[in-house]
Design a protein around this ligand. Structure first.
Ligand code: AHM
Ligand code: MG
Length: 340
């Protein structure tokens, strides 16, 4: 049997061969990966350990929190607090940032995460995941308290990003800016093993992922673009497209990283949905980094997601990403509208 590389071996090699990564970052990624292992185990136990269902409380975005949202948030907090690699953390499930307490050693990185992406899938045994993004604390933050403003860096500044997907297999997908790598969890060995290298998204695809129930709220070019895909061989595209919607961005993105496709959670006209549903700092940015590293494109309808200057920790962002031919086509249609 072929001996596969573990995550640790991979990270040490990256550090040595490509000089891509300081040791602190390597250790930080290992801690996050270990926490994802624990979250995966907790998700897997489900009803047996009583973690399904909702809590009688909402997060800062007014969404009812699931028990697993909060449990997974705490797993990441506890795992990362004492390692000495971080200055602060922030997540979808916390109103504001979580500084590393003064009694513990501090490091130079900021960790932002969505502990459970696709929360509505938890109780139905659907795909869920954990998304994370690593930034450097800006110079000058040593010796003072980190603030929310320190987190508000454009996504192109990320030094690492990834997700863990808890599906039929548990897989960690990672970039440190040198391509996209996937590690499967070997439960018998308890380790992440490298199973795919340099994931690449084909430019051309016949698949799209969007919540069609929102169609009537989209702007005209977005409706027209999806209409063309739906028209298949009878429409201007001259070929049939297939649709998939998992209710979990991690699930849809994993499919795109595996075989291509385009994913949209666009802006719409409903109050509060002007910037779509998904959040920039812990959903849009890390996923956009992965998609670009795999040769795909990620934009918000007017610019590259990674170039957005964030204004708030929890701000939302319209998302269009995946195979470049499709992202470019919708980009052109949206530009025509602005020019008209
Ligand atoms: P969450 O982080 O609260 O789970 O919300 C994000 C999820 C994405 O994973 C997914 O693409 C989207 O919300 C699904 O939304 P919808 O309810 O419109 O299907
Ligand atoms: Mg979530």
């Amino acid at each position: 049997m072929t001996k596969r590389k573990t995550l640790t071996q991979f990270l040490v090699e990256q550090q040595r061969l490509e000089k891509a990564m300081p040791a602190q970052l390597r250790l930080l990624i290992e801690v996050v990966a270990r926490a994802c292992k624990v979250i995966g185990h907790t998700v897997n136990k489900g009803a047996i350990s009583g973690v399904l269902g909702s809590l009688d409380q909402e997060n800062v975005q007014g969404e009812v929190q699931k028990k697993l949202d909060v449990i997974s948030n705490d797993i990441l907090l506890e795992a990362n607090e004492w390692g000495g690699h971080l200055a602060a953390m922030a997540s979808e499930e916390m109103d504001t940032l979580h500084p590393i307490p003064n009694r513990l050693p501090k490091g130079e990185y900021l960790l932002v995460y969505d502990p459970i992406d696709g929360s509505s899938n938890i109780d139905v045994n659907g795909i869920v995941g954990t998304i994370f993004s690593v930034l450097k604390a800006p110079p000058g933050t040593e010796g003072r308290d980190v603030t929310e403003a320190d987190f508000l860096q454009p996504g192109r500044e990320q030094v690492a990003a990834g997700y863990a997907i808890y599906g039929p297999q548990t897989v960690l997908v990672l970039t440190v800016g040198t391509g996209v790598y996937a590690f499967s969890l070997d439960r018998e060995m308890g380790s992440w093993v490298l199973t795919s290298e340099k994931l690449t998204i084909p430019a051309r695809t016949d698949e799209f992922a969007v919540n069609m129930a929102n169609e009537r709220h989209w702007n005209e070019p977005t409706r027209r673009y999806i209409g063309e895909l739906m028209a298949g061989t009878d429409g201007p595209r001259g070929r049939d497209f297939n649709m998939r919607w998992m209710g979990s961005m991690v699930g849809d993105v994993h499919r795109i990283l595996t075989k291509g496709g385009v994913f949209l959670y666009p802006a719409d006209t409903r109050p509060g949905k002007e910037n779509g549903k998904l959040r920039l700092m812990y959903e849009g940015n890390p996923i956009a980094f992965l998609i670009e590293q795999a040769g795909g494109k990620a934009f918000n309808g007017t610019c590259r997601i990674l170039d957005i200057e964030p204004q708030e920790l929890h701000q939302r962002v319209p998302i269009i990403l995946g195979s470049s031919e499709e992202v470019d086509r919708l980009d052109e249609m949206l530009k025509d509208r602005v020019a008209a």
